[in-house]
Ligand binder design. Structure first.
Ligand SMILES: [Zn+2]
Length: 320
């Protein structure tokens, strides 16, 4: 009856491995980060090199405390086999099938549990953020891609290959822009930060903008131009909300969630949470679901993945 075993008391190390940075933290039972460390990934130097950096981070955090460390939660950007402790396919790290947990245990003496990074962000928000206690909870991260995690009946939905729902690859425009997954017109190609920048650049070439130029474009600059009344930025922001709504409506109709968190760089813009968003969602969702879902900005921010990965040791996380 493993499901009823309560987790032990102690600290946990959470690590979030991204394509550019490895973020690590020592986390207590309340989800507070006692110490955080960040290293550049340098994925081009190969998996061995990245694993060595992870070992270095674990050793540094371990030596910073005398308290018991229960284990390490390691979030990876891709498909994983969490039962065997293997990466199956992490394109952003250029990792294929690779044994991860056992070699890290051998080097550090700490047991290592793996989780997909979007699922780690979801767990962070579910245990320590505003997603707390929502029986059905969906977390969406709008960053360089679109990450998503789903809690169903208080359990993390991991699916067959460990990454659970891949909402970013719902096809929204069948003949749309090519996606990194090999498909076309995925949600990610419309609402992730690079997609918003790309659409803006295309429009500037076509119509020109007073406030924006094709060089050094960023989502922050686009939203700034919107606030300053730039008509082209206005079109881009309205389009972004429209595409965001299409994806969210599909997800709401599919899962009937109690709550949805939106995180990542794009969700930093307050315009994303405009009344327009909820109004358009309510116009499009299945009638019984109108006004029933709480949508909010993710509260766990930059270190959400660390806290979520650590929760694998600090909570009795059930997976389906
Ligand atoms: Zn895709």
């Amino acid at each position: 009856m493993q499901a009823n075993i309560e987790p032990q008391q102690g600290l946990a190390i959470g690590i979030d491995v991204g394509g550019t940075k490895i973020k690590a933290g020592l986390v207590n039972q309340d989800g507070q980060i006692l110490m955080a460390k960040v290293l550049v990934t340098e994925k081009e130097k190969g998996a061995e090199h990245v694993l060595k950096k992870i070992v270095q981070l674990i050793d540094e955090l371990k030596s910073s405390t005398t308290e018991k460390i229960l284990g390490v939660g390691l979030a990876l950007p891709g498909d994983i086999d969490y039962q065997r402790g293997y990466s199956l396919c992490c394109p952003n790290l250029a990792w294929g099938e690779l044994e991860v947990s056992a070699p890290l245990f051998k080097s550090t003496g700490l047991p290592v549990k793996l989780v997909n990074d979007a699922n780690a962000a979801c767990l962070g928000e579910f245990y320590y953020g505003r997603g707390k206690d929502a029986p059905i909870f969906l977390s969406i991260t709008l960053g360089t891609g679109v990450g998503s995690g789903l809690i169903l009946d208080q359990r993390l939905f991991t699916g067959r290959f460990g990454s659970g729902v891949e909402a970013g690859h719902m096809i929204i425009e069948p003949d749309g822009y090519p996606c990194a997954c090999g498909g076309k017109g995925c949600w990610e190609t419309l609402v992730a930060a690079p997609a918003i920048v790309r659409r803006t650049r295309e429009k500037i070439k076509q119509f020109s903008s007073e406030q924006l130029s094709v060089e050094n474009l960023s989502v922050e600059l686009i939203f700034q131009a919107f606030r300053a009344g730039d008509p082209l930025a206005r079109i881009v922001v309205e389009e972004t909300i429209y595409y965001l709504v299409l994806g969210l409506v599909n997800l709401i109709n599919l899962f009937n969630p109690h709550k949805i968190s939106l995180g990542g760089g794009v969700a930093e813009a307050e315009e994303i949470f405009s009344p327009q968003l909820l109004e358009q969602i309510n116009n499009k969702v299945f009638p019984t679901l109108r006004g029933k879902v709480e949508i909010f900005k993710a509260t766990q921010g930059y270190y959400g993945g660390i806290v979520g990965a650590a929760s694998l040791w600090l909570h009795n996380v059930k997976m389906i």
